[in-house]
Design a protein around this ligand. Structure first.
Ligand SMILES: [Zn+2]
Length: 254
């Protein structure tokens, strides 16, 4: 079974002590490729650096909506050349987080839109983080027309998922789909057409069952794939193959 983890944070300090082992365990678990996602300029730089060191690691660069308050003109200017690096496959993660509201909403909106412009300029897909802001995120995406969209760690309803699929966006499912109380996520996992589905760990956070609450790592991706397969009543190999092919397509990875 060959898997593609569409979203991880390998530069996180949680992996500082054993990153090579983490990537090795991922490979042994069948996770052949992964995209390590930046959350600010330093982390985006680290993502590009990691992608240069490990052949199976690809990078995404952005300032996370949590950090949007610190994303001044200098930060956006710094992201431009980073996004031009050969192993950068997406701009992200960016979006709106109205659950935490760490940055003022109007700042989040401005920074989100600037990231969409960057993604268009570089012809890269956009990795979108969205918490309790789906209506506005969809409206902004509709208006600004990024080249491709990955709705990361999708937390919306089935209706929102359908609207995303209609527009050609990818729905990336993470650990919460394995949680017993995650009914919306389970419904989304059953409803989204296989051609629009991605899987991710979002490691080191959002560990799937049976590791919930512990440090997450890409090697746990098969647990998410198995759960989706159980929900859809199909073999996990089918989910693995389809989501890996989708990831290769949206991120333009061979
Ligand atoms: Zn993330």
């Amino acid at each position: 079974m060959e898997l593609f983890d569409s979203h991880v944070h390998l530069d996180d300090e949680a992996f500082a002590a054993d990153l090579a082992a983490v990537i090795d365990r991922a490979r042994q678990a069948g996770v052949i490729d992964m995209v390590t996602v930046g959350i600010d300029v330093a982390s985006s730089r680290a993502a590009v650096d990691l992608a240069g060191r490990f052949s199976t690691v690809h990078a995404a660069v952005a300032v996370h909506p949590h950090e949007a308050g610190r994303a001044g003109p200098k930060a956006m200017a710094d992201l431009g050349p980073l996004a031009a690096h050969a192993k950068v496959v997406a701009v992200g993660e960016t979006g709106l987080d109205y659950a935490k509201d760490y940055a003022p909403r109007e700042v989040q909106r401005r920074v989100f839109i600037e990231h969409i412009w960057l993604s268009r300029e570089r012809n890269l897909p956009l990795i979108v983080h969205c918490r309790e802001a789906h209506a506005e995120v969809l409206e902004i995406l509709e208006r600004e027309q990024p080249v491709g969209v990955v709705m990361h760690a999708f937390s919306g309803s089935v209706d929102v998922a359908r609207a995303c699929v209609e527009r050609g966006y990818f729905i990336s499912l993470a650990g919460p789909v394995t949680f017993r109380n995650a009914r919306a996520a389970a419904q989304v996992a059953q409803e989204v057409p296989l051609g629009s589905l991605l899987v991710e760990t979002d490691a080191p956070v959002l560990a799937p069952e049976p590791f919930r609450g512990r440090r997450n790592e890409p090697a746990y991706l098969p647990h998410i794939v198995q759960r989706i397969a159980d929900l859809r009543g199909c073999p996990p190999e089918e989910i693995a193959a389809a989501t890996a092919a989708n990831a290769r397509r949206v991120y333009a990875v061979n």
